[in-house]
Design a protein around this ligand. Structure first.
Ligand SMILES: [Zn+2]
Length: 137
């Protein structure tokens, strides 16, 4: 699939479209891949649905989601000001996330959603299990 943007420009465009503040969690996941010797991933692969990482040979798509922007219920993330604005925005993100997950699953892909909080030190062992469980298969 041809992309109208080159790689650098595409990342910049996608960063603007997607929720802000995703970059540090993506980098944390890359670090984890490297530490765990997980190879074969590609970041920001230009495929419809725009997962953060794909493993093309295993048909695995990984989305890294910020807890606030994607409505994770791991903590109280509701701001007091402009609550209507935020809940609509977060609600839209959740809908879009669901649609993207379904689209990939319908194509026979495995979808992994990595929450920001799963990259925290105390949760990392579980995350590694989750990733390896899928990627090993
Ligand atoms: Zn969370």
């Amino acid at each position: 699939m041809a992309d109208v943007y080159d790689k650098t420009k595409r990342s910049a465009v996608m960063r603007n479209i997607k929720s802000k503040g995703n970059k540090s969690t993506e980098l944390a996941l890359i670090k984890l891949f490297q530490e765990q010797g997980i190879i074969g991933w590609r970041r920001g692969y230009p495929v419809k649905g725009h997962p953060d990482f794909v493993f093309l040979n295993k048909k695995v798509a990984i989305f890294v989601d910020g807890c606030f922007w994607h409505g994770h219920d791991c903590r109280n993330t509701h701001p007091k000001e402009n609550e209507d604005f935020w809940s609509k925005k977060i609600g839209d993100n959740i809908k879009r996330d669901k649609a993207a997950t379904e689209m990939f699953m319908n194509r026979g892909w495995t979808v992994i959603r990595v929450w920001e909080c799963e990259l925290k030190k105390k949760n990392r062992a579980l995350l590694i299990e989750k990733l390896k469980g899928v990627l090993r298969g």
